[in-house]
Every structure is written in C-alpha cells, then in structure tokens.
Design a protein around this ligand. Structure first.
Ligand code: T46
Length: 136
C-alpha cells in the first residue's frame, strides 16, 4: 500500500436556504461494504488520536463538523492532509499508519469502516508496522 492510494471522495451536497445536506450511499460512494460507523467528538484542544495501522481494515474519514489533520504513512513516505469539509471523505486503505491531530473546537470525525472492531487488526507499534509494510 502507498499513501498515494489514500484519496478524496466527494459526496453530493444539496444546498438551500435552510442549510446543506450531504448523503452517502453505500455501494455508490464508498469503495467497500460498510460494516461499522463510529465517530470521534469532544476531542480536547491539543489531543491526538490514531497512532496505528490496520492489517485489513479500510476506512473513510469525514470531518462531519469542524476540521482536523491526518498524517498518513505507508512505511516509506508520509503525507499530511486537512479534513475540513463535510461533503468530502478521505479513503484510507489497509496498511496505512495514521495519526490525527489539530482538531478544531466541536469537530466531529465520522468514520465508515469495512469491518467490525477487533483489536487483532491493529498495529499499534510503528516499527512492527513498518517492518511488515516494507516486506515484499
Ligand atoms: C482510526 C481512528 C480514526 C471500540 O470498542 N470499538 C471501535 O469501533 C473503536 C474504533 C474503538 N473501540 C475501543 C478500543 C479502545 O479501547 O475504543 C477505545 C479507543 O480506541 P482507539 O484508541 O483505537 O481510538 P483512536 O481514536 O485512536 O482510533 C480510532 C480507530 O481505532 C482507528 O481505526 O483509524 O479512530
């Protein structure tokens, strides 16, 4: 996997005088079958989340409110992106280390995931992850 395979997904945005509406349709907008949805909220100023990679899990992250940064690392290269639009998702494939920080006040990180939660799917040690990522 490469950080270049992390990509933006643009969702429909319907605007009217009452505000905006964005919808996400499973097979149409998300490149995997959604098995789980979770969200990060009430993140205190200066806090960081993530700091791990997944062996198999694929995810789409959305800044449903506010903004935050995601640092993506494939074991060779890294890339930092800002999520600040509720109508745009970031697709993160398996075997990408991620770290989330710079959460704005009242931000919400909404995540759609390809599998149920299991701790067995996590690399929580960077060197262990990088060793595996660099193995041909
Ligand atoms: C990711 C970033 C963006 C569950 O019980 N079920 C779940 O679905 C999740 C995601 C977590 N948990 C438990 C596991 C830990 O005891 O909640 C606790 C905190 O999880 P974690 O430290 O992994 O949270 P983050 O915010 O560092 O990472 C999460 C996801 O784990 C991860 O896949 O990409 O959000």
């Amino acid at each position: 996997m490469s950080v270049e395979q992390c990509r933006w997904l643009d969702f429909p945005r319907i605007e009217d005088q009452r505000g905006n509406l964005t919808f996400v349709e499973a097979e149409r907008h998300i490149p995997f079958a959604i098995r789980r949805v979770y969200y990060l909220y009430d993140v205190p100023p200066g806090a960081a989340r993530g700091g791990h990679a997944h062996k198999q899990l694929e995810q789409v992250l959305i800044a449903a409110s506010g903004s935050f940064d995601v640092m993506l690392d494939d074991g060779y290269a890294n890339r930092r992106v800002t999520l600040d639009r509720a109508d745009r998702g970031l697709y993160v494939p398996r075997m990408i280390w991620r770290e989330l920080d710079r959460f704005s006040a009242n931000s919400i990180c909404l995540v759609m995931a390809s599998a149920y939660y299991t701790e067995d799917d996590y690399f929580r040690d960077y060197e262990e992850f990088a060793g595996q990522a660099r193995t041909p």
